[in-house]
Design a protein around this ligand. Structure first.
Ligand SMILES: Cc1cc2nc3c(=O)[nH]c(=O)nc-3n(C[C@H](O)[C@H](O)[C@H](O)COP(=O)(O)OP(=O)(O)OC[C@H]3O[C@@H](n4cnc5c(N)ncnc54)[C@H](O)[C@@H]3O)c2cc1C
Length: 295
């Protein structure tokens, strides 16, 4: 019987594992790998790393940190969770594991543009394709930037990036969802709105190339993808926890879901999707879990 099983080994899960280990709690963390943090080429907004650090290196260090204080860290996929008399039963494919509490830290997945997976991943690793202006808008200062997604979300990202660049265009893969007045506002703030959908998107050594249906071929230094995310909240849903309209998990001020003893932290919870936020929520959740088990 574990005090806590953590599902997901990104910044949220690994922070909670370190805290719980230091609280002398018997903790198991199960991680399938390949989360959002693992995709970060180099983050520059994480305090303590003024020269930046890659997502992989950060996760390696966080892994070592959690292991040092006794958390058990295993690779695997959790397929199901169920409530039991003493807490929860976790199905990882082999023998079921029992835990007094659970922390869900499974993150979200980004909706990707129509590109072959290896082309896409290589472009992300070189910063040609990006997903988070709050994270790395600073790095595209003065570059020509496209934002993919003619929606409210895409429009907000384009406005955010406009502060860093005079050359910002909004592109779409489908018909634009923006109203005429939204478009007018964007154009007045210096953003070029391309209504014609992209016919072909490709990546060269140092640029993103977008040829539009019945339109010109355009070249950009960077493409921000603003096509939305899907929360990996299927386990929470199966357990009966309440979700927001966007599919994220609803939690209270201690990160507890609407199910007693089931906690959640990181991108999977509605809010600003950042490493610092994920770690902060995980610290709160781990402390609440410890206090609950002590009480
Ligand atoms: C390209 C890119 C660049 C970014 N740059 C920055 C940046 O510079 N600064 C910043 O603060 N943020 C950045 N972010 C955002 C940051 O990556 C996320 O906010 C952060 O990773 C959230 O941490 P998390 O632990 O909630 O989720 P994740 O890092 O996504 O980790 C979730 C983990 O849960 C695992 N998991 C899911 N389901 C299961 C299951 N059923 N069983 C077992 N394991 C499971 C996944 O495999 C994954 O390993 C960036 C994101 C991207 C995509």
């Amino acid at each position: 019987m574990y005090d806590c099983v953590i599902i997901g080994g990104g910044p949220a899960g690994l922070t909670a594992a370190t805290y719980l280990g230091r609280f002398l709690r018997r903790t198991l963390l199960v991680d399938a790998g390949g989360g959002r943090a693992a995709r970060i080429p180099r983050t520059h907004n994480l305090l303590g790393f003024p020269e930046g650090i890659s997502g992989e290196e950060l996760l390696l260090r966080m892994h070592q940190h959690a292991a040092r204080y006794g958390a058990e860290l295993v690779s695997g996929i959790v397929h199901n969770i169920a409530r039991a008399e003493t807490g929860f039963v976790v199905d990882m494919g082999a023998r079921p594991v029992e835990a007094r509490t659970l922390l869900l830290a499974q993150g979200v997945t980004n909706h990707q543009p129509r590109l072959a997976a290896e082309v896409h991943d290589h472009a992300v690793s070189r910063g040609l394709i990006r997903y988070c202006p709050v994270c790395d808008g600073f790095e595209v200062r003065g570059k020509s930037v496209a934002v993919l997604g003619c929606s409210d979300h895409g429009a907000a990202e384009a406005r955010f990036i406009r502060r860093y660049s005079d050359t910002v265009a909004l592109l779409t893969q489908e018909a634009s969802q923006l109203s005429g007045s939204d478009e007018g506002d964007l154009v007045r703030s210096g953003i070029v709105v391309q209504r014609a959908p992209i016919h072909t998107l490709s990546v060269s050594d140092d640029a993103i190339l977008a040829s539009l249906v019945d339109g010109p071929s355009l070249r950009f230094d960077t493409l921000y993808v603003a096509l939305g995310t899907s929360a990996r909240s299927e386990l929470a849903r199966m357990a009966g926890a309440e979700l927001s309209a966007s599919g994220c998990i609803i939690v209270d001020e201690h990160q507890q879901t609407t199910i007693d003893g089931l906690f959640a932290a990181g991108d999977i919870v509605e809010g600003l999707d950042q490493i610092a936020v994920a770690a902060g929520q995980a610290a709160k959740a781990a402390t609440a879990i410890h206090n609950r088990l002590s009480g």
